[in-house]
Design a binder for this molecule. Sequence first.
Ligand code: SF4
Length: 351
Amino acid sequence: MDFTRRDFIKRLLFLGGSILLSPITPHAAQKRDVQWIPAYEKLEIEGKLTQRIKQAYSLFENCQLCPRKCGVNRQKGEKGFCRAPVKPVVFSYHPHFGEEMCLVGGKGSGTIFFSNCNLRCIFCQNWPISHEGKGKEIQDEDLADMMLHLQKIGCHNINLVTPTHVMPNILHATRVALKKGLHLPLVYNTSGYERLEILKILDGIVDIYMPDMKYMDAEKAGKYSAGASDYSEVTKKAVIEMYRQVGVLKLYHQGIAIRGLMIRHLVMPNRVAGTEKFVRWVAEALPKDTYVNIMAQYRVEYKAFDYPEIARGITAQEFLEAMDWAEKYGLTNLDPQSVAVRNFYRHGSSS
Ligand code: SF4
């Protein structure tokens, strides 16, 4: 398929437009915000949010929040694979301008970085936070205040980075913040290593799921993500459940994401990420217009230096073949920045 300058402009116009085609002014955006109701607010109106929080909190007593299923009692201070306590530990929270354009908009994605991680990849760029747990332990009420602060400074969403092991705290904090006026979509920004049973608790609470799909091969997943050789099979089921809950990505004012599924896939050197299998799976299991971000920014971090197969960045050729596979299997909603990078490598310009 030829991707012409006109196609590129059309895609930008699509992103810049709105489903409602209403005027793009700050006033209009505010009016729209008042009309839109986040998923968790609807659940609260139905009287179901408190029960979900109780259900989630009970999981801390025999922690099975993720596929590691450690069974530790985090209420009593026991720690499992993720080493997370029962209270949330937060490294930082701020508007993030490096996320996908439909999350960033003009005022940033309201990102909260949780410390600790249930996957712990050896090439993690955030390893001091995810592996070493650097951050500050807080109360759920503090987390609610962070959400409200991000809303107050104009962020377009609450972007929860590595949320899996603190999901009960997030739900509680969301309800506290809702009572004080929170009115933004939650972005569940996860490694994708999620249990179906846990995702069902989130049904009707999360508006935007943003899972990674890191590997399609059990041996690679086990080797580079702390023995999680079931990653690919677990993640495929999780992503299908996420799609069932929120559907294809929808945008509103100024191309801002409001609800839906956004999949991230990081291209790795020497085809470690199984990119061809990944795009083929998306094309067969999900609608062709599923939002997919094929990312070029792999860099050697943390312990990746010790593994020759991944101890280098990717080449332009490796990124181009990944994007070619996405075209070949008919994916139609690729992240515009990835498309611009592809065009730059192909033609020497982003159009
Ligand atoms: S969230 Fe942590 S303690 Fe709970 S099952 Fe997963 S890794 Fe284990």
